[in-house]
Design a protein around this ligand. Structure first.
Ligand code: SF4
Length: 475
């Protein structure tokens, strides 16, 4: 379920929610501090980052071969591989597989990929209830809300809000907001469903082509329960998650938990290979999802977005995300990674405002564990969006005119100084005539910012005047 509104419109709404901003600031500050502490323990963090980036870059360069190898390995170990070109195809495949089991309820292990294809709605339309088993995903589901963070989907909610929600839905009614009690309430609600052992649907963090091993990491053990107790396991995986060998996970599994939750190891790292008689799910299906990824791969600059390992470190340091929240992006993947991935994977027509949802401060690139140069991709996509609008009669005309004037003003010293004098005069006039004229001239810029007062003198004027005084003093 996504929101088609441009980022500025959706962000305006979320910025007005001071509770949301407070919740986000507290949560991201805590995660940032934990990440910094555990990253600081690693002697050669930069070397580790380079190794992780190299694995992902190699995998993208050889994606076609690796996917075919993965299909062969999964098939050889008793699994069934399905290829889904888009979200509709993936929903069709998964609902068909669930229908074949006769199940009316399925358990979900937290998965962005299934959110991306709106699987829960597809299953509901087929008469199947999907129950989220990750605590934060359960909170979001019970609230009828949307996830607002990649790793902590309910980051926008505080404990008191969750207590009220649980008391209203899964009980008990006299719940307090102690984390232990909240977790116990969710555990009591979920446990008998785990033990029923029906159909589980998961995503995947990584897959090793050589052996067909699939890897899911999580913190609560709900995933381990679902993955081992299910009779049928269906995994929906974006095609970019494949790596050549199991040993390639060494760097990625060291980078991911430190970057995501500030932990040295993921509490639960589940790896499985096909099916094994009498042990674990007896039926395993792997759905390989494209859904725009091939298009991203075709762009030599933009393809770096596919290196992402979904740690959310870029969200936690982004000043725009911290204030606007994940909901304002309107996409499954919010924050800086969403701003570079979604306009490519979905389309610039629908998501063209996202590359502009950044101050280009560069904090995201500094923390990205696989070295994605996010600001470079943002600028690349901004260029593509400007090009897309170039042929249009109205959209972008103001911006183009402003840029043409600026280009002329910056093309020579005399022109630049004349523009400064003109700007100073305009500033005085706007101030004399009040806010209405200033807002008409500057538009949304002055709606949320103070317009700086133009100085009476430029530096050059001051310098010339000072030099003249010195000359007079000497003569
Ligand atoms: S872009 Fe980098 S920092 Fe952001 S979620 Fe992906 S891997 Fe993490």
């Amino acid at each position: 379920m996504t929101d088609a509104r441009p980022f500025p419109a959706a962000a305006r709404e979320s910025l007005a929610d001071s509770q949301l901003r407070h919740n986000l600031a507290v949560a991201t500050t805590t995660i940032r501090a934990r990440r910094a502490a555990v990253v600081g323990e690693v002697a050669d963090w930069e070397g580790l980052r380079r190794r992780g980036a190299a694995v992902k870059a190699y995998s993208l360069e050889h994606l076609d071969e690796l996917l075919e190898q993965l299909e062969a390995s999964v098939t050889a170990t008793g699994g069934v591989v399905h290829w889904a070109a888009d979200a509709a195809a993936a929903r069709r495949i998964v609902t068909g597989l669930v229908a074949a089991t006769g199940a009316e309820e399925v358990l979900k292990v937290k998965s962005l990929t299934t959110d991306e294809i709106d699987l829960n709605a597809g299953l509901a339309a087929a008469g199947v209830a999907a129950l989220e088993t990750d605590l934060a995903e359960l909170v979001v589901q019970l609230a009828g809300d949307r996830p607002s963070h990649i790793v902590v989907p309910a980051i926008h909610k505080n404990r008191a809000e969750i207590r009220d929600l649980f008391a209203r839905t899964i009980g008990p009614a006299d719940l307090t907001d102690s984390p232990a009690e909240l977790a116990a309430a969710a555990r009591a609600f979920l446990r008998r469903r785990f033990l029923a052992g029906g159909v589980t649907i998961s995503g995947a963090n990584f897959a090793a082509a050589e052996s067909g091993a699939i890897c899911v990491v999580e913190s609560e053990g709900n995933g381990r329960m679902c993955l081992t107790l299910a009779s049928t396991l269906i995994t929906v995986m974006g095609i970019e998650k494949v790596v050549p060998r199991l040993t390639d996970l060494a760097a990625l599994l060291a980078l991911l938990p430190r970057s995501a939750t500030g932990e040295r190891l993921n509490p639960y790292t589940s790896l499985w290979t096909g099916v094994h008689p009498g042990d674990g799910p007896q039926s395993f299906h792997l759905v390989l999802l494209d859904n725009g990824r091939s298009r991203v791969l075709a762009d030599r600059v933009g393809r770096d977005a596919l290196r992402c390992i979904r740690c959310a470190a870029c969200l936690n340091v982004c000043p725009v995300y911290e204030r606007a929240g994940g909901g304002a992006y309107g996409t499954t993947y919010p924050g800086p990674i969403g701003a570079i991935l979604e306009p490519q994977r979905d389309s610039l027509e629908r998501r063209g405002s996202l590359p502009f949802a950044s101050s280009l401060c560069g904090a995201c690139a500094e923390v990205c564990p696989v070295g994605i140069d996010i600001p470079r991709l943002l600028v690349h996509l901004r260029g593509a969006e400007v090009d897309r609008k170039r042929g249009r009669p109205l959209e972008g005309r103001t911006e183009r005119t402003a840029m043409a004037i600026l280009a002329r003003a910056f093309s020579g010293r005399r022109r630049y100084e004349a523009a400064q004098r003109l700007g100073r005069g305009g500033d005085r006039l706007a101030r004399a005539r009040g806010a209405a004229l200033r807002d008409a001239l500057m538009g949304p810029w002055t709606r949320s910012r103070e317009l700086p007062v133009a100085p009476d003198q430029t530096f050059r004027e001051w310098w010339r005047e000072r030099a003249g005084e010195d000359d007079r003093g000497r003569s």
